[in-house]
Write a protein that binds this ligand. Structure first.
Ligand code: NAD
Length: 501
């Protein structure tokens, strides 16, 4: 982008000084071979900074430090109450740097700044605090064995945890994994997405500022095949936790099997069905949720309700109301505090979304609104909110994850028909049912093959509940106390009791 064009975007403030170097053993370091890549903002196309392009040597160095720190027991052997205090201070550091982190996230991946601060920063801090608070409240078990022996069932940290995350909620996706992994006493090597590496690097600095020992939380930015694969293949990584596409998630499980059979946990794609029956208790609420949830985060949400099933008898009325809401979601400069839809993460993703829009039209779906790339900020990546009607479940726009602001509208005749269509997908992440009939609500919710089912809403979320998918939406669950299962081994210790009484 030219200097004149940058100057013309006067709404964009002077940039903070970003540091794109890796963090290994508590220190900022360049990639061992000195390679860097440009970190480009989708807001206006400007280069924010250069980032260390880590590779095998850097991953080896980070894992060696993580291992040495784990073995030193500086963190893994720390009293739980003390580990808790540091985790809570870490959360406070995030909150204290909320403005800086939100601005960085918005510039790096394009989401509206009001959500970067109000949702992403708050959720990440809350997640880290919640797992920190849990550390000294979880008890181990004693098994009900005969009196001649005592069997202790204890949880132990797995050791070195490799974490690979995507770009759509960079801080939250990292927090969902680092928080339980760190709270359980593990050492971590995090590889953020090459499309959004900046906040992960700051998180590691804020953990150090909170008193976390160096070497516990390392960050190696870089490309997937160059920095992610060496982590997934590493013989001294005990667990790999991945969030991203189903395509790469499958490779992660293969790499775990090809190397040391490390535990592999994957949170993958979705094509979530949102089912509205004619007896929906509040049509306006259902319309607002359907439209708001698919366009939130520019449609770049794994759990976006991208397949909308509306019972035939109310479909026309539903779509009329939905179209009336679309003008409120036009993309705009994400740095403007009133913006609700920002930029698509980069030109590659923008191209992918536009190809799906072309495919939908070629397959015979009816474009009701949107469908164009626009430039509310010169040089940026933006797509209009887009709705297709007349979609069938066999079309690519109903089967494949678009990861953009594109809603596919389908119809159905009865509960059996819609459950069959909704479950006819390789994915099983989220789903929703709207009906005033309690039997229908429970029956359909039970029949849907999805990790989370919403009834008469789509926006409830809390750190206390597990999140993850059935089928090819992944293996394992983030959030809640269940997440500790991923980052701990269960050990049984038998103690012989030769009682004198
Ligand atoms: P992606 O799979 O392309 O990349 C995810 C991460 O994997 C990135 O850090 C990338 O560098 C890395 N990677 C890529 N190739 C790799 C390889 N060969 N070896 C190791 N690492 C590699 O996904 P994305 O485009 O960044 O993110 C979008 C996807 O993430 C969507 O499919 C979305 O549904 C999914 N997602 C799922 C959840 C969930 O909780 N289920 C949450 C958010 C996003």
């Amino acid at each position: 982008m030219s200097a004149e064009a940058v100057a013309a975007n006067s709404a964009i403030p002077p940039l903070p000084a970003f540091d794109g170097r890796a963090i290994i053993n508590g220190l900022r370091v360049a990639a061992a071979d000195g390679q860097v890549f440009d970190c480009v903002s989708p807001v206006d196309g400007r280069v924010l900074t250069q980032v260390a392009r880590c590779g095998l040597m850097d991953v080896n160095e980070a894992v060696a430090n993580a291992r040495a720190t784990f073995e030193s027991r500086r963190w893994s052997g720390m009293a739980p109450a003390q580990r808790k205090r540091i985790m809570i201070k870490f959360a406070e550091q995030i909150q204290a740097h909320a403005d800086e982190l939100a601005l960085t996230e918005t510039l790096d991946m394009g989401k509206p700044i009001q959500y970067a601060k109000g949702v992403d920063v708050n959720s990440a801090a809350n997640c880290i605090r919640w797992y920190g608070e849990a550390v000294d409240k979880i008890y181990d078990e004693i098994a009900p064995t005969p009196r001649t022996a005592l069997a202790l069932i204890t949880r132990e940290p797995v050791g070195v945890v490799g974490i690979i995350v995507p770009w759509n909620y960079p801080m939250i996706m990292a927090a969902w994994k680092i928080a339980p992994a760190l709270a359980a006493g593990n050492s971590v090597v995090l590889k953020p997405s090459e499309k959004s590496p900046l906040t992960a690097l700051r998180l590691a600095e804020l953990a150090l500022a909170a008193g976390m020992p160096p070497g516990v939380f390392n960050v190696v930015p870089g490309y997937g095949p160059e920095a992610g694969s060496p982590l997934a293949l590493h013989m001294d990584v005990d667990c790999i936790a991945f969030t991203g596409s189903t395509r790469v998630g499958k490779q992660i499980h293969v790499m775990a099997g090809q190397s040391n059979l490390k535990r592999a946990w994957t949170e993958l794609g979705g094509k979530s069905p949102n089912i509205v029956f004619a007896d929906c208790p509040n049509l306006d609420k259902a319309v607002a949720a359907a439209v708001g949830s698919i366009f939130f985060n520019q449609g770049e949400s794994c759990n976006a309700p991208s397949r909308l099933f509306v019972e035939e008898s109310i479909k026309d009325a539903f779509l009329e109301k939905a179209l009336a809401l679309v003008p409120g979601y036009q993309p705009a400069n994400p740095l403007d505090k009133s913006t609700v839809m920002g930029a698509i993460v980069d030109r590659v993703q923008l191209g992918a979304v536009m190809r799906y829009i072309e495919t939908g039209q070629a397959e015979g779906a009816r474009l009701l609104t949107g469908g164009q790339a626009v430039e509310p900020v010169a040089g940026g990546c933006y797509v209009q909110p887009t709705i297709f009607d007349g979609v069938t479940n066999q079309m690519a726009i109903a089967r494949e994850e678009i990861f953009g602001p594109v809603l596919s509208v389908l119809s159905f005749t009865d509960a059996a028909d819609v459950v069959r269509q909704a479950n006819d997908s390789v994915y099983g992440l989220n789903a929703a049912v709207w009906t005033r009939d309690i039997n229908k609500a429970h029956g359909v919710a039970r029949a849907l093959r999805a990790g989370t089912v919403h009834v008469n809403q789509y926006d409830e979320d809390d750190i206390t509940v597990p999140f993850g998918g059935f089928k090819q939406s992944g293996v394992g669950r983030d959030k809640s106390l269940h997440a500790f299962d991923k980052y701990t081994e269960t050990k049984t210790t038998w103690i012989r009791i030769d009682s004198p009484v």
